[in-house]
Design a protein around this ligand. Structure first.
Ligand code: ATP
Length: 297
């Protein structure tokens, strides 16, 4: 049987802004996204038995239809009348409920993997529409790289490649519910607005230092109000480790920091692991087709 493997990369938000709430209840977003070397592996193969067989590890990862990867497969089977069943095995490395698009990336990998496995000819726009029904980060996860995502997350623009940087990820041992963070945001707990213009200029200039100075996430203060340790982690990474900048990713709770050299990133990751009760990773920014690494400390 043919086995297809897709990488499901973690992402960070270099910028996350909420422009408003739409009539349909969704938030209008503006996000600069970046893929990392840290990734899950998603393996797919056809099986004779109808349905979906999902295998994954980790107590926090749903095993059945609540798994976004399972839902992505269901969607593809229905939309394209796929015959037989499919076995999906997910090797998880990305922490769960972390703001790193673990679930969204897995779902995007299933969409791409099934397209390959069944040799389907699906126009990009159609795949993007399917992706959006699964979640607002899923369309971006189909393409990865450095990109601007607007609307609910489906309006994607390629940006100049982020300069190659080393990235430290510090994830406290609790997870965060994205829906809960948006509810608190709607009730008025909000951080300062980031400058998209500054971030894009820094990308155009390939200037890591300016990029670090332009990082901003309007949800950061919202999640910090619920979990003040995030503020401490960010202050430490931003002020004590020689980082270009530090920020909470997505709705949190993971905080990332950016470095020019692997040595300074490694030292920061080691110190952060010692100081905070947190999962810590050393990884790097990657562009399409690049492998990159993501190592737990
Ligand atoms: P997003 O993927 O929407 O950017 P996130 O990175 O904050 O969100 P996830 O790791 O996707 O968080 O987890 C959010 C919730 O989704 C978790 O509580 C988990 O139970 C559920 N979930 C569903 N499918 C998956 C999956 N394949 N991997 C991890 N979590 C999943």
């Amino acid at each position: 049987m043919r086995l297809v493997e897709e990488k499901s990369r973690a992402k960070i938000n270099l910028i996350l802004d909420v422009l408003g709430k739409r009539d349909d209840g969704y938030h209008e977003l503006e996000m600069v996204m970046q893929s990392l070397g840290l990734s899950d592996s998603v393996f797919l193969e056809k099986i004779e038995q109808e349905g979906i067989l999902l295998e994954t590890q980790g107590p926090a990862v749903p095993q059945g239809p609540e798994n976004l990867a399972y839902r992505a497969a269901q969607l593809m089977q229905k939309a394209y009348g796929l015959s037989g069943g499919v076995r999906i095995r997910i090797q998880k490395e990305i922490p769960v409920a972390a703001g790193l698009a673990g679930g969204s990336g897995n779902a995007a990998a299933v969409l791409l993997g099934l397209r390959r496995l069944y040799d389907l000819c699906i126009p990009e726009k159609e795949l993007l529409d399917l992706a959006l029904t699964l979640g607002s980060d899923v369309p971006y996860c189909l393409m990865g790289k450095t990109a601007l995502a607007k609307g609910r997350g489906e309006e994607l623009e390629v940006l100049p490649d982020c300069p190659h940087l080393y990235v430290v990820l510090v994830k406290p041992l609790f997870g965060v519910s994205t829906a809960e963070v948006f509810r608190a945001y709607d009730q008025g707990t909000r951080g300062p607005k980031p400058s998209l213009r500054d971030a894009i200029l820094a990308l155009w200039d390939g200037d890591g230092q300016a990029l670090g100075a332009s990082l901003g996430n309007v949800l950061e203060e919202t999640t910090c109000a619920m979990h003040p340790v995030i503020r401490q982690i960010k202050a430490y990474l931003a002020q004590k480790t020689g980082a270009y900048g530090a920020l909470m990713s997505g709705s949190g709770p993971t905080v990332f920091s950016l470095y020019e050299t692997k040595e300074s990133a490694f030292a920061a990751a080691k110190q952060a692991k010692r100081l905070f009760q947190a999962q810590t990773f050393l990884t790097e920014t990657v562009q399409q087709g690049e492998e990159g690494y993501g190592l737990p400390l």
